[in-house]
Design a protein around this ligand. Sequence first.
Ligand code: NOJ
Length: 743
Amino acid sequence: MKRNIIISAFIIITLTFSSCASRSKDEVEIKIDDLLSEMTLEEKIGQLTLFTSSWTQTGPTMREGYLNDVKQGKCGNIFNAHTAEYTSELQRIAVEETRLGIPLLFGYDVIHGYKTIFPIPLAEACSWDLDLIEKSARLSAKEAAAAGLHWNFNPMVDISRDPRWGRVAEGSGEDTYLGSLIASAKVRGIQGDDLKDESTLLACVKHFAAYGAAQAGRDYHTVDMSERVLRETYLPPYRAAIDAGSATVMTSFNELDGVPASGSKYLMTDVLREEWKFRGFVVTDYTAINEMIPHGFAKDTADAALLAMKAGVDMDMQGGTYLLHLQDLIDQGKVQEAAIDQAVRRILKAKFDLGLFDDPYRYSDVDRENQVVLSKEMMDHSREAGRKSIVLLKNDAIDGKTLLPLNKKPKQLALIGPLAHNQMDILGTWHASGDASKSTTVLDGIKEVAPDIDVVYAEGCKTYGEDRSGFAEAISVAKRSDIVLMAVGENYRQNGEAASRTNLNLPGMQEELMEAILDLGKPVVLILMSGRPLTIENLSQKVPAILNAWHLGTKGGSAIADVLFGDYNPSGKLVMTFPRNVGQIPIYYNMKNTGRPFKAKDKYTSKYLDVANDPLYPFGYGLSYTAFEYSDLSLSQSTMRLDEDLNISVGVTNTGSRAGEEVVQLYIRDLVGNVTRPVKELKGFKKISLEPGQTQLVEFTISAEDLKFYNQDMSFKAEPGDFLLYVGGSSDADLSGKFELIN
Ligand code: NOJ
């Protein structure tokens, strides 16, 4: 009898909602209000609560009994539960066994793929290919949605200038302009044009805000910066994601200016809702409300829940503080029920937008899951995205000939290193449900792409520890070979969350192994696989060829082989500066000049005694198997009025003998400002493809909008004055022009 009543309750809601898809927005709001009026306070608080399933652990705590929480209407949202079968099972409990039958929302970290894994975000950003990045987000949403998921905790858009921070792997690097474009592309990819489309997910831009500026690169550490830096460098990518329609926002763990983000009314209400008009819902990061106690900001969990609610946080991830305390806080008059209703309304709206009230099981379709997950479409894209993410850092000629690309004709090749034949590490950090058994390793890739080559593999050592027992075998394999490929770097746990490092050399015995192999005097190609820029100055002086191959995902090995043998001409450009050593950090291309810029002859200038100021490899840098020449930079005018556009054109010629792609980059420098300006700022880029000998005229347009910054009064304005402009294939671009901005 009870079950019948419950089912009828769901049917009433379903009927009321089912035909809403075609109705106007106001009608939807009315239906949500009707549902709200049926809900008890406990049921409302349940909608503000998100717990992890026991399938995966992505934070420090687990909660026993989440199934009971769902049954009792105490938990309206679950993360880390997936597959069509399991999500259906959980959804059935919510829909059939709770009084109102409100469907669950299923969230997951599909950061660079669900089961088919694409390159880590830092790698993929190096493609500078926004269509490719959007497609990766689109396909990973499609795969995840087929496995019952509704909500992706992605994109992570935290700007970071500190490679000690392990989470740089999840972001798009150091630049705000590029990072903002990538943020929008990812939201478009994840959410598509219509959230009701069964292959789209809700996006969740994170971690709001400025999480990437953790002091000394130590994860979860303090963030403190001027409001100018916050607004100019760190906030724009979040804003871009929200302007692109991101349905949700995740708070960050860090404090900012003394206030933990999850308790910051300034961030969650003043900036997000009032300035940026964000209309979706805000979820905390994992137990971030509770963490306001050790931060020294809340005295207990009740206080923390109150602070989060007052700041404007709608949903508590994993902390259970809303569940435990909101009822009391209302009884005590500290929180108004209207505030809770507002948060519930936003969450119900998201469920409605996904069509869950039409059919709560629409994402959990076993047939679709079988067709889509690990399909050819996914695998092909993994390879394509992988190739485009690789950055060729060095390719010196030996006896007049570069080592790369390798010849496919039979030769003896040695492939050495702990990452040469490892199916798990190539998937990288945050690889969701990535199926390592489907990964192609570097060894597999070489055998696939160059089947006639005789390749011998030796692990040599691990990526950790002090064991040198594999050195002898590696050395003997290398001795017998014509060319040695070394696949070394970080394993997938040596970067990512809670994986900060202070020493960015190759971990474990790998540096020593490299030296031992280099001592043999054979030509060596370094295939560097990692989740962050590593400090490889020493090796870069000894090795003729270096491919930065990051962690490229399921088809990473094929992608690397495609580049090694020249089936794909590398086109990636760094989105994060490679320091010479850790002491240079933070080091980034758009720094300030200082009052005493470095001059070799003057002692009292800004420099180090033991290392140069410039990085090993700058932002925007990356080689190709062909060469590009820049010429004929021309500006449409030498003065530009505030209401005018400036057109810039430059000729780019492929002077080599292979077709190739080049990322043509435009930088400006504002010479004098009411506040000082960086030595260079990226303002545009175009990725072009050129046949040997072909020249293309590449055009850019900039307006005063591109020249704005926050002045001393914190007004965002462009200032009349002189500007320099640089065009080239990296942030070291030196082909320059000048213009004056006038009133
Ligand atoms: C903590 C991480 O900071 C966040 O990025 C992630 O989405 C959540 N855990 C959920 O797994």
